[in-house]
Design a protein around this ligand. Structure first.
Ligand code: PGA
Length: 248
């Protein structure tokens, strides 16, 4: 596991864009796993800049988002489909038909979950998965206690995640209580993983993920078993780590 410690959010965006670009350049049809949340926004800004100014080409890229709230229309401004269009897809030369976000309003969510796994398999798997981390150690919406072998599934959000995410809604009661998420096993199947973390409120989760025991109680700790994972974390977020590999 590689840990890159960066000064600030701009540096986080650049370092993670470098990782994405280096894998992208080796693939004719790049399958990119994406995450929502505040943390990856600097990465998306930098990818947009490289697309516009350096001709980084997304025309053959296929994307798979980690998760989506159950019950929100894709046009809802807090849905993850809406977020991805606004933060990335609307600004780069990607074919929107090749961008996938789980359908949180599917009639049959179980069928949707199986179909999502099949789509990833059909393109030969995800080449690089971008992740954030919850203050409780979750990845995607795999909350503490989720099986390390889990596949795409519907899940209940914990109180702490509902509270964390309520900052983006008018009131806490508006936050959906269920989501569809890739499982931990699904994430671990990606060839490369890049986890981004920013802010002192994530320091304990990052410490548990990198230096704690591998445990379903900290879903991100499962990445210790993954052969090609890089954590890109800001200095304040790395404050509890005892083993650092790189500083930028
Ligand atoms: P955040 O969310 O980037 O908005 O902090 C990360 C997550 O919950 O996975």
């Amino acid at each position: 596991m590689r840990v890159i410690v960066v000064k600030d959010q701009d540096a986080l965006g650049k370092a993670s864009a470098d990782l994405v670009e280096s894998v992208m350049k080796t693939k004719a049809h790049f399958a990119l796993g994406l995450a929502t949340g505040t943390t990856p926004i600097p990465l998306y800004k930098e990818l947009i800049r490289r697309n516009k100014e350096e001709e980084l080409d997304f025309s053959t890229t296929i994307t798979f988002n980690l998760d989506e709230y159950v019950g929100l229309e894709p046009t809802h401004d807090q849905s993850y489909r809406y977020f991805m269009n606004a933060q990335l897809f609307d600004h780069i030369n990607i074919n929107k038909k090749c961008t996938h976000v789980p359908n949180g309003i599917a009639q049959d969510i179980e069928v949707e979950c199986l179909a999502y796994e099949e789509m990833m398999e059909d393109v030969g798997g995800v080449d690089l998965q971008v992740l954030g981390i919850g203050s409780n150690g979750h990845i995607g919406f795999n909350e503490p206690g989720t099986s390390l072998a889990s596949r795409t599934h519907m899940t209940d959000l914990t109180e702490s995640t509902i509270k964390d995410n309520s900052r983006l809604f008018d009131k806490i009661d508006d936050v959906p209580t269920k989501a569809v998420t890739m499982g931990i096993g699904t994430v671990l199947d990606a060839e490369n993983v890049v986890l981004l973390a920013n802010g002192a409120n994530k320091a304990a989760a990052v410490k548990a993920a990198i230096e704690g025991p591998v445990s379903a109680l900290c879903p991100a700790s499962s990445l210790q078993l993954h052969p090609s994972t890089t954590f890109v974390v800001t200095e304040d977020c790395a404050s509890e780590l005892t083993v650092l590999t790189e500083k930028m």
